[in-house]
Design a protein around this ligand. Sequence first.
Ligand code: PMP
Length: 318
Amino acid sequence: MIESVIADPSAHEKFLWRNDALEIWGSSVVHVSAVGHASVASVFEGIKAYWNPDREQLYCFRLEEHMERLVASARLARIQCRWTVAELVKATLDLLRANDSRRDTYIRPWLFAKGLMRDQMVPAGVATELVIDTWPFTTSSADHAVRAGISTWTRISERLMPPRIKAFSNYSNGRLGMIEAQLNGYDCPIFLNELGFVTESAGACIAIVRKGVVLTPPLSAGILESITRDTLLTLLPEMSYAYREQDITRTDLYMASEAFFMGTGWEVMPIKQVDQMTYPSSAPGEYTRKIRERYLQLVRGESGQHHEWLTPVWKQDS
Ligand code: PMP
């Protein structure tokens, strides 16, 4: 299952970061009356830091871009964010150092409406809190491939709320699709948009391989502006693989030779079946395997490439 990437669901670090200060994880609380509204007006990020044992270094992957997306999510959701990207990057590094994080670590910042809002539904400009929490994860094995099913739930569209940002409210859609998929015996859903084109899954974007070209839906299909997707679209030409961003139909999904999900949490996840139709090359197919290898080497700082995407937590490499 995809959840297996969390090393130990009950594990936590000593500190989390909250509103400019480190707080002891176990004593960091909010009042129960604040929870409902905070979950409506709330945006978040999912970031990974990878441990490189040879260099004894922890690399945060595209930390700045994730914090830029958090600030953009807040702006679009009209939630006040009084922290700059630079402050959020520094806060994350301070937290990882305070926790002496020297293993693969997931980083979860989230920003939510503060206090007990009893009269109005979270007006714009209300004060907010920002928390950063971290926990260990492990990367699932290369031969782990998932079975996906087309969801009967339509993906939220630009006409409803912005799918491009990480607002917790958007994830009601993903959650319903995930539950439905698992009840039907799949690992995860694939959502179509209102026009019937493929969008993404509940926690990752999607790409297929057809006639030697990697195809992925455009942002206008109604998908999260994924940082992993952007990473792979940069890596593909470097690997001499052709790609196109284009609308993908259900038939395209079935006719592909390979397919994979991409996201910070799911990394590059091979898909072995869609709607019980098994891909001809046993997943991971050749493209997916090579793309996955390249991605995992890069994020761990093993490929020597794109150092601009890696923020070291510990003393700089010599
Ligand atoms: N789509 C959705 C709905 C997601 O939740 C995620 C995970 N953040 C992604 C795509 C992949 O985005 P990223 O590569 O930035 O993690």
